[in-house]
Ligand binder design. Structure first.
Ligand SMILES: [Zn+2]
Length: 289
């Protein structure tokens, strides 16, 4: 058997039980946190707060966002800021979405299937994801609110929820290694989340239609929002390139609920991120034009 070399894994797939974490509670968040735009990771029906005293091992190392509404089949997990995926763990089973998980509860060190993303000097961890739902891999550059997977009940979990951690680590994550601790964890509620965010994935998917039209000189992105919808008034529609550079912004729709943005034509496909901000929510859609 050949072991993978450091840096060559885009994820680790393993259903074994790893040693549990020991993460200390940090005191001050790193200074660059205030320069980053933070967005909310998921919809939820109730939450369980972070718990820990600076300098001691945290007793609850993150915030749990529980979604126990059985009528919602999927709850998407979004990255909270622009960042790079540094670790992906898959392969942990779950026995059911809405009751005590009976299978391999210490798989992924209790975190189950999880993703770690680096944003400047801080890291975020998205834990207990649904098996086979993770859609990102190590090395991916993510835009804010990009979907990383679906909320699940893998690992040490009693009900479908996201355990969301904010932390720092002196050493790099080994992308080929088993589950790894942060050195310090912080209360994620200390982040200054973007005011308008509160994602309703299903509503967003049903409501906004984003279409790309090509003509010889421009690619035209058309956004259609019904004039009567429950998301509130449109505040802006913004287009970004894959590196996060803003290309265009539109601040109102026409009376039929259409908005139209033009981007310079480039031959070959390019990734465009369309962010739609309304009074009630903001969400992003990925467009390949
Ligand atoms: Zn938790």
């Amino acid at each position: 058997m050949t072991l993978p070399l450091f840096g060559q894994c885009d994820k680790v797939v393993s259903s074994v039980e790893d040693p549990g974490p020991a993460q200390m509670t940090g005191s001050e968040l790193p200074a660059d946190v205030k320069d980053i735009d933070w967005f909310f990771p998921a919809n939820y029906t109730r939450l369980v707060s972070f718990s820990g005293t600076p300098g001691n091992k945290a007793s609850h190392e993150g915030v749990d966002y529980v979604h126990d509404d059985t009528t919602k089949e999927r709850v998407y997990i979004h990255t909270v800021a622009v960042g790079e995926v540094v670790y992906v763990r898959e392969g942990c089973p779950e026995s059911s979405q809405f009751k005590h998980n009976n299978y391999n509860r210490e798989c992924g060190a209790g975190w189950g299937n999880h993703v770690v993303v680096k944003h400047g000097s801080v890291l975020t961890r998205y834990a207990h994801l649904k098996k086979n739902s993770i859609v990102v891999k190590v090395g991916d550059q993510l835009y804010a609110e990009q979907i990383v997977g679906e909320m699940g009940n893998s690992g040490r979990s009693e009900v479908r929820h996201l355990h969301f951690e904010l932390g720092t680590k002196r050493d790099m994550f080994d992308p080929c290694g088993m589950s790894q601790n942060f050195d310090y964890v912080y209360n994620p509620n200390k982040l200054n989340y973007n005011q308008r965010t509160g994602i309703d994935d299903e509503l967003a998917e049903d409501t906004a239609k984003v279409v790309v039209y090509n003509d010889p000189h421009h690619e035209i992105i058309k956004v259609k929002m019904p004039t009567s919808h429950s998301l509130g008034q449109i505040i802006s529609i913004e287009l970004y390139d894959a590196s996060g550079r803003k290309l265009e912004e539109l601040n109102k729709l026409d009376s039929n609920g259409y908005g139209e943005l033009q981007i310079p034509y480039s031959s070959g496909s390019q990734l465009i991120i369309c962010r739609i901000i309304t009074e009630k929510i903001s969400f992003s859609k990925k467009i390949v034009s």
